[in-house]
Design a binder for this molecule. Structure first.
Ligand code: FES
Ligand code: FES
Length: 166
């Protein structure tokens, strides 16, 4: 019989990008570390690791969260979408396409978090003006200060999609 999780570990079942994943993880492991270190989904970035930069943004049950502030075990049974699940070279999400078209990145470190947050922002109905986009994207920091292009990309993406998926 396979050994169960140690008392310090918790069994966590998540649907990640449409696939059910069953893992044993330390009770204190963040969702961010589980995604990156246990599942190899390194598209989600670790910036500040304390809820200040937004680089680690993912969707849980369709809502954006900072995964560095979330314990993986707390999200047992939930559905997680990362940038890898949003779209890729074989089928980019309209927000990803807009970021490319508007040159809305420089080093690219913040970009996965920006795109995950932007997708949710549009879906929430908080992207009706550039001022509104700036306000509702204020939790995502870009050290390269690509903000004008990011705002333009989100405004353009809003007109192209209702972002009802992912
Ligand atoms: Fe999570 Fe900065 S790494 S908010
Ligand atoms: Fe470099 Fe945003 S593109 S941090």
């Amino acid at each position: 019989m396979a050994p169960g999780p140690s008392p310090e570990e918790a069994e966590v079942v998540l649907e990640v990008n449409g696939t059910t994943r069953r893992l044993s993880a330390p009770a204190g492991m963040t969702l961010l570390d589980l995604l990156r270190d246990r599942l190899g989904l390194t598209g989600t970035k670790k910036g500040c690791d304390r809820g200040e930069c937004g680089a680690c943004t993912v969707h849980v049950d369709g809502l954006r969260i900072n995964s560095c502030l979330a314990l993986a075990a707390q999200h047992h049974g939930r559905s997680v979408t990362t940038i890898e699940g949003l779209g890729g070279p074989d089928g980019e999400h309209p927000v990803q396409q807009a970021f490319v078209a508007h040159d809305a990145l420089q080093c690219g470190f913040c970009t996965p978090g920006q795109i995950m947050s932007a997708t949710a922002c549009i879906r929430e109905g908080h992207a009706d003006s550039e001022d509104e986009i700036r306000e509702w994207m204020s939790g995502n920091i870009c050290r390269c200060a690509a903000y004008p292009q990011i705002v333009s990309a989100i405004a353009a993406a809003r007109t192209r999609t209702e972002c009802t998926s992912a």
